[in-house]
Design a binder for this molecule. Structure first.
Ligand code: 5IU
Length: 456
């Protein structure tokens, strides 16, 4: 391994640092500009960098290496090859088709992952990557960085409890270049003055949840896009679960509360007088009031049976439902029978006491969901990867449980704790003496909880 100084001089020749007058992304005028990407085009030097970085980590224990996209990806790959440590890849954005995973590669929840970054300034992109990686159940202790621009990022990450190892600080780089006659006294002074006078940028650490607009951009399924668009337009994340037994009650409630909701959730099999005429009327209210029809059938059989239940029988769910729920208990293939137009919401976790949907079940349910292109999200009671929409039932402002195993939370709690996307309210609305007033109350409190959630 060559010395750090030798490494820097070789890298300098590739043009990784330029001096002059540059406008940075933040709008700040900077007397230097750093871009470490050219190193990847010099295999010998990339190998050298990988050894330097691995050397910084010699006391650390880790199972995986992950580079922050894009500049650090070749560095992380070289480190993986050098050390024999498996590499995982963090996507910058979800593919929007096929699997919607944000992390690619083979890993298990509970493993420890080292993050590799080229340049750290405010630490913002690292914090975003950390969140995505931790969401998948991986642990991050150590972060290795080639260059610290000394703009506050390292201390921010240290405050958050991470070890940050950097190969160079910018001050060290300019001192070494000066020593080697690659910078004049004046240039050196100029840069040092700049470093002293530039305020430390505190990373505007974005809320770890995405906004509905950001989620809409990530989603490719029309039903997912539609429900998010309705949410934005109506300022509502409320789904009313109309668990009533006559078509007249459903239609009346849909008409009364239609303006406040993004979808009506139905259990069509509890309705006594189902008819095609009812479907026509309900669809027309849904069109007029701009909400989706969500049949909570919770399919849970082998694919062949599910298909008959979805397309046939009295209810012909496939003819009218925009969204349906399905268990994943029968495995991935059982979900492939649904028409690609319907948005599937899988059951990853239930709200009832002593449910069997434990952590492991949820994890498997999420894996399956991410592999099916028309699964748009899950019903769950805890956070999901941001590629899936989270639908949370068991929401009530006045009760904490019922006598049949249901557990309730407030809208505020499910946004705060779980970063939910949609609240599902049943009895809180349809059992009330004034459903319209109650629906408005849930719409308002759900929306306020969302706004609070995105502003943290
Ligand atoms: N529902 C739950 N919990 C779950 C799942 C579905 O409550 O885990 I999966 C359904 C049941 C009911 C609605 O149709 O959501 C909630 O109604 P109440 O708000 O009346 O409990």
């Amino acid at each position: 391994m060559i010395s750090k100084e030798e490494f820097l001089l070789k890298a300098y020749k590739l043009g990784i640092i330029k001096f002059g007058n540059f406008t940075l992304k933040s709008g700040i005028q900077s007397p230097f500009y750093v871009d470490l990407r050219p190193i990847a085009s010099d295999p010998e030097l990339l190998k050298e960098l990988s050894q330097q970085l691995l050397n910084l980590l010699k006391k650390s224990c880790y199972d995986l290496i992950c580079g922050v996209p894009y500049a650090a990806l070749p560095m992380a790959t070289a480190m993986s090859l050098d050390s024999g440590t498996p590499l995982i890849i963090k996507r910058k954005e979800s593919k929007g088709y096929g699997t919607k995973k944000m992390l690619e590669g083979i890993f298990k929840s509970g493993q420890t992952c080292v993050l590799v970054e080229d340049v750290i300034t405010s630490g913002k992109s690292l914090i975003e990557t950390i969140e995505e990686v931790e969401k998948e159940g991986l642990r991050i202790k150590d972060i290795v960085v080639v260059l610290d621009r000394e703009q506050g990022g390292v201390s921010l990450l240290k405050e958050k409890g991470y070890n940050v190892y950097n190969l160079f600080t910018i001050e060290e780089v300019v001192d070494l270049l000066y020593k080697n006659n690659l910078l004049s006294q004046e240039e050196l002074q100029n840069i040092k003055n700049f470093l002293k006078s530039t305020p430390i940028v505190t990373a505007q650490v974005k809320s770890s949840r995405l906004t509905y607009e950001e989620k809409a951009a990530l989603q490719s399924h029309p039903a997912a896009k539609k429900i998010l668009e309705i949410a934005i337009k109506k300022k509502s994340n409320l789904i009313a679960s109309l668990d009533v037994s006559t078509t007249q009650e459903v239609l009346q409630l849909a008409e009364t509360i239609g303006d406040t909701i993004v979808a009506v959730k139905l259990h069509t099999d509890i309705i006594k007088d189902f008819s095609e005429e009812y479907v026509i009327k309900l669809k027309s209210i849904a069109n007029k009031k701009n909400f989706l029809l969500f049949e909570d059938r919770k399919f849970g059989d082998i694919g062949n049976t599910q298909q008959m239940q979805f397309e046939g029988g009295l209810y012909k769910i496939s003819d009218w439902a925009d969204l349906i729920t399905s268990h994943v208990i029968a495995g991935e293939d059982s979900l492939k029978i649904f028409d690609s137009k319907v948005g599937i919401i899988t059951i990853a976790e239930m709200s009832s006491s002593a449910t069997l949907t434990d952590e492991n079940y949820k994890k498997r349910a999420i894996e399956i969901s991410e592999n099916i292109s028309n699964v748009i999200g899950c019903v769950a009671q805890s956070k999901l990867p941001s590629s899936l929409l989270l639908f949370t039932p068991g929401v009530n402002l006045n009760s904490i449980k019922d006598k049949k195993g249901q557990n309730f939370n407030t809208p505020e709690k499910v946004f705060d704790k779980n970063h939910t996307d949609f609240i599902i309210v049943g009895r809180g609305i349809y059992k009330s003496t004034d459903p319209k007033k109650e629906a408005l109350k849930y719409q308002k409190s759900g929306w306020e909880a969302y706004l609070k959630n995105i502003s943290i």
